[in-house]
Ligand binder design. Sequence first.
Ligand code: SF4
Ligand code: SF4
Length: 280
Amino acid sequence: MNNKPKVGFYSFSGCEGDLLTILHCEDELLDIFSAVDIRSFRMASSERHDDENLDIAFIEGSITTNKHVKKLKVIRERSKIVVALGTCACYGGPQSARLGYNDWEERFKKVYGSAKLTVAKPFESQPLDEFIKVDYRIPGCPIDKYQFFYALTRLAKGMPVELTKFPVCAECKWNENECLLLKGQLCLGPITAGGCNSRCPNHGLPCIGCWGPTDEANVASEINLLKEKDFSAEEIINKLRLFGGAGMVRRFGELLGIKPKEEKTLSKTQGVSKKKREKK
Ligand code: SF4
Ligand code: SF4
């Protein structure tokens, strides 16, 4: 009898870069596939068992249609543990960068003109936890394969997962990089979750926050620091929202200059009340 944990991989709106990262682990793929019983992984196999219960569901991508919401809720009901995979699933991703900013339908028209939507009517891109309880988050755009291996191994053995709590700056210091912020560049390292081994500053590029905000991000202090360095409020806000998306807006909306009025409009659009979100 097969006693391996049953695992499913699912994808919503996004580039599927997280699932590709897993598939590109040629050296470790056989170990992954032999440690767990994969019941659904569209990119890897056409075989699907969508009526079975799962031990772990890994879900990437943000939620953008009512059809997504229904499918997501079914996956949640079938799964003991749900893991949000990648920054889109965790925080909404780049597609939610402008969340709450002016009128979404107007912005949509700017890009697509008067084209009629024939597939599904989308709404502002949202992270998974707007609609379901998420047990763990593995951020990254895309994820880091070692964080995924760590999480999969722990969860497959029934153990909890705890990812890095420190910011990118900590890794940057360990890598002995010269601080780009001190050199006048707009780096989001102090408020971005570590785990990428300070990939960008290692190459002289400022962090743009693709791992999403750290749990204890002191955004107010980062904004003040950047203002002192003569960056305009608009430059700072645009950078903060690029990957922080919905997660940033929800947690630091006021600091980002997003009025509560716009938050209410969003909740109405998504059919999820603020009260309900706070309960989760
Ligand atoms: S370069 Fe960026 S990530 Fe590195 S220490 Fe400076 S602020 Fe932090
Ligand atoms: S340094 Fe920042 S932008 Fe670069 S990979 Fe890490 S979290 Fe992403």
